[in-house]
Design a protein around this ligand. Structure first.
Ligand code: ADE
Length: 260
């Protein structure tokens, strides 16, 4: 079972992870998700987690000590540093086993469906939500010796902290785990699974406020419906996300596709 630990000074921000699909997956025992309050690993009266930056400048930096103790606690026995020689000899041997530290940051690598798929195959994910100007760099340097550290951005804009980014990433990852989504076939034709955006969908009534459902969808001809949906996906992608179309491997398009 996948284990996820989220470290934050605003654990209430992660409350939505109790709801809906993810909440039910936790109840069913499909994943083990724990949200921790970073301040539980402070020892002063004010439960201080930040301090002024060395070298000067604006804002505050998250102190390394609470992070170190928090990571020790969530890593437990798996927190022993990896044998350097071992790691070099067999980089893939422990690919599922080494814990992953995901650090949300606008300066990170962009999180995509491919990242979600890759992380869904790992055993233990730890999310470190920073606030203020960020976390003391030595936390990442220390963690790199025993975890796969991945600074991750959810897009080119700035949030106040990592919590909202973690909500997005956990949802994208968890829904890929076996048993979380009732009908796994619904995952196949989604946007970003095969590089094309999804086709438009319609339900009853067949005419609504003067707008008709495309006739092909009422025809009962499954071949025609499939072709129409593929055409729609290609058109939508060309219009909204030409970058995605340009990135498709040429062999994934047939002659009929190219005519659309
Ligand atoms: N923290 C602040 N902005 C962020 C972003 N765009 N992605 C991930 N974490 C962030």
């Amino acid at each position: 079972m996948m284990r996820l630990d989220v470290l934050s000074i605003f654990p209430e921000y992660l409350a939505p992870l109790e709801l809906s699909l993810i909440g039910r997956a936790r109840e069913k025992g499909l994943l083990e998700l724990t949200v921790h309050d970073l301040r539980d690993w402070t020892h002063d009266r004010h439960r201080t987690v930040d301090d002024t930056p060395y070298g000067g400048g604006a804002g505050m930096v998250m102190k390394p000590e609470p992070w170190g103790e928090a990571l020790d606690a969530v890593l437990g026995a798996s927190g022993a540093p990896a044998d350097a020689a071992d790691a070099a000899d067999q980089p893939a041997a422990d690919a599922g086993g080494r814990p992953v530290l995901i650090v949300p940051s606008p300066a990170g690598e962009v999180f995509t469906q491919q990242t979600a798929r890759e992380l869904a195959g790992r055993e233990h994910l730890v999310f470190a939500c920073g606030r203020y100007e960020g976390i003391d760099q030595r936390v990442v340097d220390w963690a790199s010796e025993r975890m796969d550290v991945r600074p991750m951005s959810i897009g080119d804009y700035v949030l106040n902290g990592g919590e909202v980014a973690v909500l997005a990433m956990v949802e994208a990852i968890a829904r890929l785990l076996p048993g979380v989504i009732g009908n796994p076939e619904s995952l196949d034709e989604e946007s970003h699974e095969d590089g094309l955006l999804e086709y438009p969908v319609f339900t009853k009534p067949s005419v609504w406020r003067g707008h008709e459902v495309p006739a092909v969808l009422l025809s009962g001809d499954h071949g025609k419906v499939a072709r129409w949906r593929r055409d729609q996906r290609l058109r939508r992608t060309a219009e909204t996300r030409p970058d995605l179309l340009a990135a498709l491997p040429p062999e994934s398009l047939d002659d009929r596709d190219r005519a659309v």
